[in-house]
Ligand binder design. Structure first.
Ligand code: TYM
Length: 317
């Protein structure tokens, strides 16, 4: 059996939220114990984020912050290669090669494109091409498993299609990756009941202060017609077992304030140690730079080897 290769990425577009954590990032850390023999690559996908973050100071800050976030949740750079997408130029090079075999109608069927188009008539070519760069991210490393939230499922399917198309034209080159989506947390709801998302402004930041947690939880939309505030309970399910939840919500029917206060306590108890660890790590910004530098060296080694194989397959080398 071939080796398991796990890869995923997060955009440095804003502070990560608990949806990013439970839907994806938590798994990245768990693999260190559950998949010790797998190779693991986790990225800060800054070139993807460039579609929305177009301010150099902000890009630098979000990138540094996200690297710190990864370390603060327990990602160990000795076990996992943590790197910045833009440090490995093979990603954009391979994306171009894929551009030449992928059609526009195919990309126009992507959910993310359709959503962006519905909101904004003048979307960037980068937004349109988003799935192609993501396919390059994944396929360059021979990835077998892509741990992501439900909203990225189609993107992983696109990378499978692109791999298949390339293989059928130029010969067997790419492994077909599988998405890995966790049951129950594939779509973590936000404080308004929709998917928690940086773009909906309905998030609870992963490293939120007690005040931020309180403000977010007090803002959870509740439907006064029912004894159980479903949006509160859905978020609470991330922090308590179903048995504990049933007991708590049965004992406090209709008492929204008490239930929200209990949720604030549970979120804060969970986030507090993460916040403290992050503050500690922030004392040593050079370490972050060093981790990313080391990650870039390792990632480049792998990506370049694959790119050479691709260049030979297409006949430019
Ligand atoms: P991004 O930055 O939007 O989100 C990072 C990860 O968080 C997951 N996620 C959620 N999971 C559950 N519930 C939610 N409410 C929720 N919101 C976000 C996302 O599914 C994702 O796993 N396109 C990717 C970044 C990317 C990538 C890659 C991922 C670029 N190249 C290669 C995997 C492999 C994105 O925008 O994630």
């Amino acid at each position: 059996m071939s080796k398991k290769i796990i890869l995923s990425g997060v955009q440095p577009t804003a502070r990560p939220h608990i949806g990013n954590y439970f839907g994806a990032m938590k798994q990245f850390v768990n693999f260190q114990t559950t998949q010790p023999d797998a190779e693991k690559f986790f990225m800060i996908v800054d070139y993807h984020a460039l579609n929305t973050v177009q301010d150099a100071a902000q890009m630098k800050q979000f990138t540094y912050d996200l690297a710190l976030d990864y370390l603060a949740i327990g990602l160990d750079p000795e076990h996992s290669t943590l790197f910045k997408q833009s440090d490995v130029s093979a990603h954009t090079e391979l994306a171009w090669i894929f551009d030449t075999i992928i059609t526009m109608p195919y990309l126009m069927r992507a959910h993310a494109f359709k959503d962006a188009e519905a909101k904004n008539k003048e979307i960037s070519v980068g937004t349109f091409n988003y799935p192609v760069l993501m396919a390059a991210d994944i396929l360059l490393y021979g990835t077998t498993t892509v741990p992501v939230g439900q909203d990225q499922k189609q993107h992983v399917e696109y990378s499978r299609d692109i791999a298949q198309k390339f293989n059928s034209i130029f010969g067997e080159t790419f492994h077909l990756p599988e998405p890995m989506i966790m049951e129950h947390v594939g779509t973590v709801p936000g404080i308004d009941g929709r998917k928690m998302s940086k773009s909906y402004n309905n998030t609870i930041p992963l490293f939120a202060t007690r005040e931020e947690i309180t403000k977010a939880v007090m803002g959870i939309v509740t439907d006064s017609g029912s004894d159980i505030p479903t949006n509160v309970r859905a978020i609470h399910a991330l922090f308590k077992s179903e048995t504990e939840l049933t007991a708590l919500y049965d004992a406090n029917k209709g008492k929204y304030k008490i239930l929200k206060e209990a949720l604030i306590e549970d979120i804060d108890a969970f986030i507090k140690p993460l916040r403290e660890r992050r503050a500690e790590l922030a004392q040593d910004p050079d370490r972050v730079a060093q981790v990313l530098k080391q990650g870039a060296v390792r990632a480049n080694e792998r990506a370049q080897a694959k790119l050479i194989e691709v260049k030979k397959a297409i006949g430019v080398l």
